[in-house]
Design a binder for this molecule. Sequence first.
Ligand code: SAM
Length: 220
Amino acid sequence: MSDLEEKIKEQYGKRKHLNPLYNSYYSMRTMHERGEKLRELLESHQCRDKSLLEIGAGHGGNIPMLLMCGFKKENLHLNELLAERIKAINENYGEYKLFEGDFLKIDFGQKYDYVFQSTVFSSILDTATRKAIANKMWDLLKPGGYILWYDFVFNNPNNNQVRKVTANEVKSLFPGALHTEFHKITLAPPIGRRVGKLYSLFNLPFLRTHILALLQKPEA
Ligand SMILES: C[S@@+](CC[C@H](N)C(=O)[O-])C[C@H]1O[C@@H](n2cnc3c(N)ncnc32)[C@H](O)[C@@H]1O
């Protein structure tokens, strides 16, 4: 096992009890909201003909959302580091192309129209590793392609195994981006989990903790 895998495994071991249940009303609601917003952002992008790589895909939970945005199964590629998550992807989404292991060590052998990360960077505490991953994501993009980004912008006082990624840090990770769009999204988990079905009522911009962003690489 590599040092990075050890580190990530240890972090997840420590925070297991803090993870929201995937089937809670809150997580379903936020996932749906994210899907709707992403579909709106990508409406004019003709995703049916575009390729996308999701790095750190976890258990593959973003796949339904990406299909909903119009991406075709055969054009969605995944990458994941942890063995138990790789197993889950293989069991539930075995027909998808999966690159197993540390994103930084894999030769993907192709470029993509979109490279997507969802709460991977906030799990990486080390600034140099963040930069290395961002650089590789950028290199994997075709000219005119997009970094697709979802992560939180506030620290969680109860969890020192994660660290926020502010919009300014995102911009500095991709200094060559031509066109950038940032949208605040996701009602803060401590509130959202408490208010249940009143989610929409409480979902005010200043109570949102994440950003959904698109950053475009210039055409060649
Ligand atoms: C918080 S989880 C998010 C999972 C998924 N993206 C989602 O939105 O549900 C972060 C994931 O990134 C993975 N990860 C972290 N560093 C990685 C690396 N260097 N290569 C591949 N995956 C990595 C972890 O194993 C974990 O599954």
